[in-house]
Design a protein around this ligand. Sequence first.
Ligand code: A3P
Length: 314
Amino acid sequence: DTNPQAGFHEETSFLSDLPKTEWKLMANTTLLHWKGFWLMPAIIKSAIAIEKQFNPLPSDILLASFPKTGTTWLKALATTILSHNSNPKSDSQTDQLQTQNPHELIPYLGMELFGENPSRDINQIPSPRVFNTHLPYSILPESVKKSGCRIIYISRNPADTFVSSWHFYSKRFGTKIPLEEAFDEFCNGIIVGGPFVDHVLEYWRERGKENVLFITYEELKEDPNKHVRRIAEFMGCSLSGDEIEQVVWKCSFERLSKLDVNKDEERVHWSGSKFNSFFRRGVVGDGKKLLSPEMMERIENLAKQRWEGSGLEL
Ligand code: A3P
């Protein structure tokens, strides 16, 4: 067969047999249940393409996360840490974040590189290659796990993650469902990459490995210097205290959300989302503000039950 896409379609014919549901918050997008998680068909296809075509290098760095837990922040941090490591004198003027959104600087190891119509060429990614993924650990290709490449996972409080998703997806897709309904979906695991609590738990279980770093949005907020240093060391970059402070400032919500590049209504991510939609409030505790005490109790009990005995806490 001369059509390179033919295999792509044949291998994914099983998708039509998977359990499916509609994700209301994303305007009734179809999600399929595959290997324990709810994913869009295009994501499953690209996971299969990654498995077949991606050649991971031990020097690769994978930023892993559930959507809305701090991916943009982590991308900014990784970029800035690497730039200080190669040029300790780098100042705000030479900062790539000044003119580019973090998502432009670090590609998504998914449809952006391995989709039916990839918008970026993997061969153009400079070394050390840094990617992000939203795939659950169990769905990451074996080749990635065997390569020994570094994986940094960022997690976030479940209620805050839900509230961030609620704002992001309802704005992006113009969905007008009640908050309670969207919350019910989230608690039932119906969201891309869901169930959230399982996604986090899988990476948490890997945290003892030398090549896996597990951090939380809350600890980064609480003591950015300490945790940015952890990230830098894990990435093999030794930065001075002064440089760490600069990285923290350059990547802060206060700075990034005010830059023209990130306020521009015209600039969009490959997925169609405006870059400005990745900056909303950037605080800890928004969940508690929007959700009722009953809703908070439900989501906290859900996490506690699922994480029981794992050492993972709220
Ligand atoms: P909120 O909606 O709670 O404000 P992701 O990058 O994974 O899509 O996550 C988006 C969330 O991270 C949003 O949370 C967004 O405001 C917040 N965020 C983006 N950049 C940030 C930064 N530099 N520092 C802290 N939070 C940031």
